[in-house]
Design a binder for this molecule. Structure first.
Ligand SMILES: [Zn+2]
Length: 235
């Protein structure tokens, strides 16, 4: 696969395909669509309506999210889902607070078209406002049945996996985030601190100075999956 820096950092969606599923169009890597349709069909047979909340996300979109959070125009949540007061934090603390739930532009797995956020439309009313927070997927939450079904399905031969299944001190656990291993592993292997540095240096991004100072550590800690890094000051 020809993986340019632009494709790895969300600047080039030209190789993606449009997937229209139950009226929710999204862009995905073409190799993901067939296996994802199979996963949806299996979920459907189990009484679940698996829907994709988010597929491909561009660098520009991720940059807008990052800057809105850094400027206080969009809430930054703590591990309990409560908004944090960023005004009392220094720049480095603000950066790590945002990184807990939001990828750095250029470092999101959603840039690849291989990763999706999923939910269960059969479990909630049509006007339900999806939050993508841990409580929705925990026992008692509306998507716990989907979560439990996925845990069995992912352990039984599907090529999707959860890159943020456990808390390694980087990205907070995201039970809703699935990744298509055969393609995503190639993107992971080709991603590097240098191409992320190049993307950040060229961007009009908040907190740029501290991002560049800590960039190698951020790449090691937040890019990729299932890395065994002790938890600590990112929380
Ligand atoms: Zn996600």
């Amino acid at each position: 696969m020809n993986l340019s820096s632009a494709r790895l950092t969300g600047h080039d969606p030209s190789c993606l395909a449009q997937w229209n599923h139950c009226g929710d169009p999204c862009q995905l890597h073409p190799d993901v669509i067939g296996p994802l349709q199979s996963l949806c069909d299996r979920a459907n047979a189990a009484g679940l309506a698996l829907r994709v909340a988010s597929g491909f996300r561009s660098f520009e979109r991720q940059l807008a999210i990052w800057n809105a959070k850094a400027r206080g125009a969009r809430p930054v949540l703590d591990d309990q889902g409560r908004p944090r007061d960023l005004s009392v934090l220094g720049e480095r603390e603000r950066m790590y607070a945002i990184l807990r739930w939001s990828a750095l532009p250029g470092a999101s797995r959603h840039h690849w078209g291989t990763d999706i956020d999923v939910w269960d439309a059969a479990a909630v009313a049509a006007d339900y406002r999806l939050q993508l927070v841990a409580a929705e997927y925990a026992p008692g939450g509306p998507f716990f049945a989907l979560h439990a079904w996925l845990t069995c399905a992912l352990g039984a031969g599907t090529e999707f996996f959860r890159p943020y299944a456990t808390d390694t001190g980087g990205v907070a656990p995201e039970p809703w985030h699935l990744s298509f291993a055969p393609v995503a592993r190639e993107f992971e292997a080709r991603h590097s601190p240098q191409l992320l540095r190049d993307a950040i240096e060229a961007a009009d991004i908040e907190l740029k100075t501290v991002i560049l100072e800590d960039l190698d550590a951020i790449h090691a800690r937040f890019v990729g999956s299932a890395r065994c890094i002790p938890s600590g000051d990112a929380r």
